[in-house]
Design a protein around this ligand. Structure first.
Ligand SMILES: Nc1ncnc2c1ncn2[C@@H]1O[C@H](COP(=O)(O)OP(=O)(O)O)[C@@H](O)[C@H]1O
Ligand SMILES: C[C@@](O)(CCOP(=O)(O)O)CC(=O)O
Ligand SMILES: [Mg+2]
Length: 387
């Protein structure tokens, strides 16, 4: 029997970075997913390896399970349903296991994702042989939460075959988790995100777990119930960056200028709260939708200004902002910034011709545009094969 789990990426409408420092953020899931399948060999397979295949990257890693047991003896004693943090010592042993795989230098960013995999796998399944296959529709390291989608999909697949979760394996197609299972897999995913991000807020793994649009502050989420359709253009600048380094940079700036940065974070908090109020207020007619969109555009511009104050904008992001402004469209970076993706609100009454023109101009700069549906499903699983 094989389990396949999927978890969505996300966009942050307001509050990235400030959310790490206790401000409110608003985020929504995307209809782009990371998929993780897990299969245990049968005794006749005589396979004593833990195998990880990154399908779209054409990479495969494998470790004899005895080697993992040797390197991480303390993890065996952790085997429980309780999510646990990876100690600095264990992290060093995991780094050695990853290093042995000789990841090509150009793809060395994957090392943190592979480390998160080893931690989650060995905590939940110990030293059992298995084959894990990962594919993703999300661009990696672009602000759309591929790291969280990976950790959520991994936790979902791993927990589905563990004693901590009981699911109806006979169900056909994708099925959702119950409340307590979602809570558990979100906690495990957060532990994985810690390995990739250093100091995550928990926003990305939470929106990937629960889907929808959420308001998030200090580990607590509120679902945003909105009838307002939001159409967002996502522009990928294709400038690579690393969330861990950008989050650390904002923390360093906060240490240098605590009073100023605290005011910046407070301003972001107000922006996120106002945004969520607008999203949830009833929309009886088209005029008021337009008014709401204008307010959201202004809040996006204000949030972008504050992200510039935090030092996480980038020349490529500024190019997107300038280009969309020519068409009177408001944009802001989404995710950690420093490159990556930019959001542009496409108002309901905007003509298709203008949308085509702005996309053509952005793509002529070498950027990649997509319009994705937001606020959809969270983590799900599907079973196949006979047990
Ligand atoms: N499908 C995947 N396979 C392996 N590693 C992944 C995958 N998705 C994400 N990662 C890990 O997450 C990192 C990107 O995370 P991050 O810098 O937080 O950007 P984002 O979450 O915005 O995509 C990658 O460098 C890699 O280590
Ligand atoms: C910058 C931050 O707010 C979001 C990072 O998102 P991403 O990894 O760039 O998709 C960090 C966090 O909330 O943990
Ligand atoms: Mg990330």
């Amino acid at each position: 029997m094989e389990v396949k789990a999927r978890a969505p990426g996300k966009i942050i409408l307001a509050g990235e970075h400030a959310v790490v420092h206790g401000s409110t953020a608003v985020a929504a899931s995307l209809d782009l997913y990371t998929y993780v399948s897990l299969r245990f060999p049968t005794p006749s397979d005589n396979d004593e390896f833990l195998r990880l295949q990154l399908k779209d990257l054409a990479l495969e890693f494998s470790w004899p399970v005895a080697r993992i047991k040797d390197a991480l003896p303390e993890v065996g004693s952790l085997l429980s349903s309780k999510p646990a943090s990876c100690s600095i010592e264990t992290m060093k042993s995991i780094a050695a296991l990853v290093e042995e795989q000789n990841i090509p230098e150009a793809k060395i960013g994957l090392a943190s994702g592979v480390s998160a995999f080893l931690w989650l796998y060995s905590c939940i399944h110990g030293f059992k042989p298995a084959t894990v296959v990962i594919t993703s529709e999300l661009p990696l390291g672009s602000g759309l939460g591929s790291s969280a989608a990976l950790c959520v999909a991994l936790s979902a697949a791993l927990l589905s075959f563990s004693d901590s979760v009981s699911l109806d394996m006979s169900q056909q197609g994708w099925s959702a988790f119950g409340e307590s299972e979602l809570e558990l897999l979100n906690k495990w995913a957060f532990e994985g995100e810690k390995i990739i991000h250093g100091k995550p807020s928990g926003l990305d793994n939470t929106v990937s777990t629960y889907g929808n649009m959420i308001k998030f502050r200090s580990g607590n989420l509120t679902l945003i119930k909105s009838n307002m359709p939001l159409k967002m253009l996502i522009t990928n600048t294709k400038v690579g960056r690393n969330t861990k380094a950008l989050v650390a940079g904002v923390s360093e700036r906060t240490i240098r200028h605590p009073d100023a940065m605290s005011l910046v974070f407070n301003a972001v908090d107000s922006i996120s709260n106002e945004l969520s109020t607008i999203m949830q207020s009833p929309a009886p007619d088209e005029l008021s939708i337009t008014e709401k969109e204008e307010k959201i555009e202004e809040l996006m511009e204000m949030n972008q200004g504050l992200l510039q104050c935090m030092g996480v904008s980038h020349a490529s992001i500024e190019t997107v902002l300038r280009t969309t402004l020519k068409y009177k469209l408001a944009s802001k970076l989404t995710g950690a910034g420093g490159g990556g993706c930019v959001l542009t609100l496409l108002p309901t009454l905007l003509s298709g011709t203008v949308v085509d023109k702005v996309i053509a101009e952005l793509e002529s700069c070498g950027f990649q545009c997509l319009i994705a549906a937001i606020g959809g499903k969270g983590a799900e699983v599907s079973f196949s094969g006979s047990s």
